[in-house]
Design a protein around this ligand. Sequence first.
Ligand code: PLP
Length: 462
Amino acid sequence: SSIPRQGDRPSPVAIGESSAFHRDLLAPTIREAVAGDGVYIIDRNGNRYLDGSSGSGPSCLGHSNAAVRAAMHAQIDAIAYAHTAFFTTAPMEELAENLCADAPDQLSHVWFTNSGAEAADAALKLTRQYFLDIGQPERHIVIGRRAGYVGSTLAGLAAGGSAMRRGPFSPVLPTNTAHIGPAYAYRGLLEGETLDDFALRTARELEAVIEEVGPSRVSAFICETVVGATLGAVEAPSGYFREIRRICDRYGILLILDEVMCGMGRVGTRYAFTQEGVAPDLVMIGKALAGGYAPLGGVLVSNAIHDAIRDKTGFFWHGHSFHGHTLACAAALAVQREIERRDLYSNIRKSGALLDQLLRERFAEHPHVGDIRGRGLIQGIELVADRATKRNFDPSHQIHTKLSEHALDLGLICYASSSSSESGVGEHVLLMPPYIVEPHHIEEMVDKLGRAVDRALRAESA
Ligand code: PLP
């Protein structure tokens, strides 16, 4: 077997000696992944890590799916890449058809990208070109949500609205964006307010901001259907998106939903927006689209936008060398067919219910877990110094970084992160296991997470 045995070679790679530019330049070492085995990643030393977050979401089928590997081998034997300026290919056409088959009728086109952030840029440029092509050039302001994330390109950071992720880059960002608050009930619900009222109040912030910046200048509202990285599996209360859609229609602005993290099945249906009873104009997808077997993102585009651009300019002023990459599309098509063939949507719902139950059993009484939330196989816990007041830990203690390290030591990959919101810098852990998880994996995940939380908090309780 090519899978290494324990002790073959020291696992950590010294970052200072590596020619690859790693993100965290202060970390002394990083583990070296050498193989995948279902829901596990194996490092150079033979240690196994349960992939409790599918990386950052993509690895929905785990790491060694035979059908995807076979499809990719067959495609690379035929042709790996043909530029979309000159050719279309069967994998790209079939994938687009497959993706549109489960979308509402008015969303029947897909623009492919290489990543989720590029899907944000493409969606923003599609919006811009649409309004130019229908003769409304003054519409150029995009409204996003504070503490949102739609990608780390400069346009993505501008529209996404997470101050923390913009970090020091703010002066170079475009300024034609505005933001409303997130629908974040754990922190935002007022004393005595019902969730229904909260949903309407937070959605109507959009109307107020549109009026403030000038209704004829606004082009689109963009947000995640379920918030992932920046807040940790935060769903909007029922009714929120219907109100958002109503406001967008009233002012003639486009609704762009970012389903890069929560789409492609993660919440138990292929698209999360179908659970909200709304149809967006543009839908960003990525991550689990190609299951991590290849980089691929995309945007589902409404017929109205597609036809306006076709009828006026005749082409979309955009492109990348690799968009619609043939091998990536073949991988994605195999991933999507595998999800359907194995009816993994059922497993997502069933496993999601078990994950929710075990998280509640383990953390409902935990003094430093303020909230347990999420849907399907995107769930999270929010860490707090004090449950009663919801006070956050001192950010300099970096609990989430320690937690992530302890989890790795215990053999668990989880997505622990800090979040900046109106209440300061908070911390949460996202769990997004592959759709193929079995009950014993979920038990292992929650057990190891519990131990990692306790280890990370030991110094705080001392
Ligand atoms: N949108 C959301 C909701 C995401 O979570 C991410 C990545 O985490 C992106 C967009 C950007 O995707 P990518 O990392 O593929 O550029």
